[in-house]
Design a protein around this ligand. Structure first.
Ligand code: SF4
Ligand code: FE2
Length: 223
C-alpha cells in the first residue's frame, strides 16, 4: 500500500503519486506512459492523468506495480474495479498481458495465450483469486512456460490449481524443481501446434524463448 507521507518530491502534485518504497521495474511507464516517466533512476508522476483513458491506465499501473508504490489521494473504487476487470489485456491475436506483476520476479511482465489445444501462461503474475477466475473463464491453463529462473513467481500455485505442465530448461530448473517438462540442450522444439521453444542461453544458462505462430516472440529478459 503506497504511503503519501513517502511520496517522491519528483512527483507533480495531484491525485496520483509514487512513493519511495519501490524498485525501478518500468511497468508503470509501459502501462501509463502519459502519467509516469523515469526521473533519475526511478519512476515519478510527470503528468497527472486527465482523460478517462489516462485515468484508467494510471489505475492499471497502480494495480500492476509489483511493490504497491503507486497511490492515490482518494480511492476511486469504480475505477479500481474497472482497471482490475481490464486484465488480462488483449494485445493481439489471442495474446494477453496479465498485469499484476510480481515482486518475486522483479516486476517482470507475464502473458497468456489462448489456443484450441490448450492455453499457455508465459511466466507468472501474482497468484490472485481474480486472475484465477479470469484464467478459468478463458479455459484454464495447460502449459506454464518459464522463460528463465528469475521470473517463476507463483507458477507453482497456478500449476497446482490448473494441473498445468510447467516447462523450464534444465540449466534453470533449480527455480522450479518439480517442473513437469524439462528442456535439455539447445535444439528448437515444436512444443505444440503454433508454439516453438527456442533455447537462448545468455541472460541465464537456461533462458528460453517461445515463438507463437511464427509471429509473437516471448523472450523473457533478453529483449
Ligand atoms: S511499477 Fe512500481 S516499482 Fe515499477 S517503476 Fe513503477 S512505481 Fe516503480
Ligand atoms: Fe532475468
Amino acid at each position: 500500500m503506497a504511503n503519501v507521507s513517502k511520496s517522491l518530491s519528483t512527483n507533480v502534485e495531484g491525485h496520483v503519486f509514487v512513493d519511495s518504497t519501490y524498485i525501478n521495474c518500468d511497468t508503470c511507464r509501459q502501462l501509463a506512459p502519459f502519467t509516469f516517466q523515469e526521473v533519475g533512476e526511478f519512476s515519478s508522476v510527470s503528468h497527472q492523468p486527465q482523460s478517462p483513458t489516462e485515468m484508467l491506465q494510471a489505475y492499471q499501473a497502480l494495480l500492476t506495480c509489483p511493490v504497491g508504490s503507486i497511490g492515490t489521494i482518494e480511492k476511486n473504487k469504480n475505477l479500481l474495479l474497472k482497471a482490475q476487470q481490464s486484465f488480462p489485456i488483449l494485445l493481439a491475436n489471442q495474446v494477453y498481458y496479465n498485469g499484476f506483476n510480481s515482486e518475486k520476479s522483479f516486476g517482470a511482465n507475464s502473458y497468456f495465450v489462448t489456443h484450441l489445444d490448450g492455453n499457455w501462461l508465459i511466466d507468472s503474475p501474482r497468484y490472485l483469486p481474480y486472475l484465477v477466475e479470469a484464467f478459468e473463464a478463458m479455459g484454464g491453463i495447460r502449459y506454464i512456460f518459464l522463460t528463465h529462473k528469475d521470473d517463476v513467481a507463483d507458477a507453482d500455485r497456478y500449476a497446482k490449481k490448473f494441473q498445468a505442465t510447467r516447462i523450464i530448461h534444465q540449466a534453470d530448473q533449480e527455480a522450479m524443481l518439480e517442473s513437469e517438462w524439462i528442456v535439455e540442450g539447445q535444439e528448437i522444439i515444436q512444443a505444440a501446434p503454433d508454439f516453438q521453444i527456442i533455447p537462448v542461453p545468455g541472460h541465464t544458462a537456461g533462458s528460453l524463448a517461445l515463438l507463437y505462430k511464427e509471429t509473437y516472440l516471448f523472450t523473457g529478459d533478453h529483449l
